[in-house]
Design a binder for this molecule. Structure first.
Ligand code: SF4
Ligand code: F3S
Length: 494
């Protein structure tokens, strides 16, 4: 009997991307195989949804609507909806789309294969959501997207109550993993060939609340520094409120913690920050930036900013521009405020007219572009070691140019060296040109440092037998995980 195929459609932030790796692992453990990319439909289609956007539900029902005739024509096909929107909309999903077979939430990802089976046997939709986490997703089987870079959860959930954010309602209160479990996972990944990890949490540097140690995150970074073979450590996302000096010291003193920091600003106005219920103020944010710059002069900083939060005045917006000028971010993810149903901010007075938001947004983007470009131009002439990435090459001339990430996570396109090189290997290159969003290293590039990560990538290409982990051929091309908001153009983790 041929194995049933599955397709996973992921929306939202890194949390969902990582949960999808778990869902894929669970399904493969249960005997499913990933449907080839160009296949005409799969036996099981799983939506891992995000609830952040105002029209997220319309998009989901649109997608489900398109699948209805396919399902009618394909006996035995199943559709499952999980993730944040499922956690929020629950039974509504099967009421609006009765052809859906399974609805599951953010707290019971591990139930997916069982619910699919139960829906098949009982021939009726299974809606099962838990109010709190059943099993830390990291204890579930996983099917990692990259052979050389991996996400590692340190915590799930968030104890904050930012007024624009729906995430705590859907992901619950913060739950921390034990440091020993995290480090054991990192060590196991390194043993498989992974050289870069990104520690992941809704609020990574609040890590430690559950285990009664306020300095636990800094200690975790230092412990990662002692893992042999682990070359690059990143994390996302910290909250300025919890950003303590011991974390800055740990970053600066641990050689494999990369000189890069993504720290969400959201607004430069202390008045707006208060309305957002974000407990730091402009001075504190700028103070952290200054300390980070003192400790790591070459660190690349990036951020998230929301423009047009209810009640934002021109003066408030000017404060944001001021912080952007002072901070000199290498990159900023800028979002126009949009109401997120179920959040306090959606009901606030003083919603800013669309044209005003648009105009401010354009000014902010123009300023940030200018700064990004200036900061990138400072890189020209520097020699950096690049982790060769898969799937980030420029589509037009991929044969001549490859892409990689510098230690500070800048994207660099470089001339293909004469020596053979694989994703996961390291290449030394001199930066020759800067654009606002990428750098070029043209001309002679090398040497190439062949790594265990490159070996791991090659093993994957060789197919499941050689991989030893049942990984399939035909992986979608993905690069090194971006420690930045993934997809939705929302304020994702913070
Ligand atoms: Fe928590 Fe971030 Fe949402 Fe604030 S924006 S409630 S810190 S997840
Ligand atoms: Fe959930 Fe992430 Fe969206 S936590 S609501 S998928 S931004």
């Amino acid at each position: 009997m041929t194995a049933k195929t599955y397709e996973l459609r992921t929306f939202g932030c890194q949390m969902n991307v990582h949960d999808s790796e778990r869902m894929a692992g669970l399904l493969e453990d249960a005997g499913y195989v990933r449907a080839p990319e160009n296949a005409d439909g799969a036996d099981v289609v799983v939506f891992n949804t995000c609830a952040v956007r105002e029209n997220a539900d319309n998009r989901l029902y649109g997608n489900l609507g398109q699948l209805a005739p396919k399902k009618a024509a394909r006996p035995g096909m199943q559709i499952a909806v999980g993730g944040c929107l499922a956690q929020k909309d629950r039974e509504t999903i099967v009421r609006k789309a009765p052809w859906v077979d399974v609805v599951f939430g953010t707290h019971n990802v591990g139930k997916l294969p069982v619910l699919l089976e139960r829906a098949r046997v009982q021939e009726e939709a299974q809606v099962e959501l838990a109010e709190s986490l059943e099993a830390f997703p990291s204890t579930l089987p996983t099917r990692r997207e990259s052979a050389y870079a991996a996400w590692v959860s340190v915590s799930v959930g968030c104890n904050n109550t930012c007024t624009f954010c729906i995430v705590p309602q859907l992901r619950g209160k913060e739950k921390d993993r034990r440091p020993g479990d995290i480090l054991a996972e990192v060590e196991a990944l390194v043993a498989e060939g992974v050289t870069e990890i990104t520690l992941l949490g809704q609020n990574v540097n609040a890590y430690g609340q559950d285990i009664g140690d306020r300095e636990a995150f800094g200690k975790l970074l230092r412990a990662c520094g002692r893992i042999e073979g682990l070359e690059r450590v990143r994390f996302t996302s910290p909250h300025p409120r919890d950003f303590t000096d011991d974390v800055i010291a740990a970053m600066a003193e641990t050689p494999n913690v990369m000189p890069q920091l993504h720290m969400p600003l959201q607004s430069g106005s202390s008045r707006v920050l208060k309305a957002m219920r974000r407990s730091y103020r402009q001075e504190r944010f700028l103070g952290i930036i200054e300390k980070v710059r003192d400790a790591m002069p070459h660190a690349a900083l990036s951020t998230d900013i929301i423009v047009g939060f209810p009640g934002e005045t021109e003066e408030d917006f000017e404060e944001t521009l001021h912080v952007v000028r002072e901070s000199r971010f290498a990159q900023a993810f800028t979002f126009q405020y949009s109401k997120r149903p179920g959040t306090p901010a959606a009901e606030m007075d003083g919603q800013v007219p669309k044209e005003v938001v648009q105009e401010r947004y354009e000014r902010l983007v123009a300023l940030q572009e200018e700064i990004s470009w200036e900061e990138n131009r400072k890189q020209v002439g520097r020699t950096v070691e690049l982790l060769v990435a898969e799937g980030e090459g420029r589509k037009d001339d991929t044969t001549h140019r490859l892409s990689g990430r510098a230690p500070d996570n800048r994207l660099v396109h470089f001339t293909r060296p004469e020596e053979p090189v694989r994703p996961g290997d390291m290449v030394t290159a001199e930066i020759t040109y800067a654009a606002p969003h990428h750098l070029l290293a043209e001309g002679t590039v090398g040497p190439v440092r062949r790594t265990r990560a490159g070996d791991a990538w090659e093993r994957r290409q060789a197919g499941p037998e050689d991989d030893g982990r049942g990984v399939l051929l035909g992986l979608p091309k993905v690069g090194v995980p971006e420690p930045l908001p993934a997809a939705e153009g929302c304020c994702t983790t913070h």
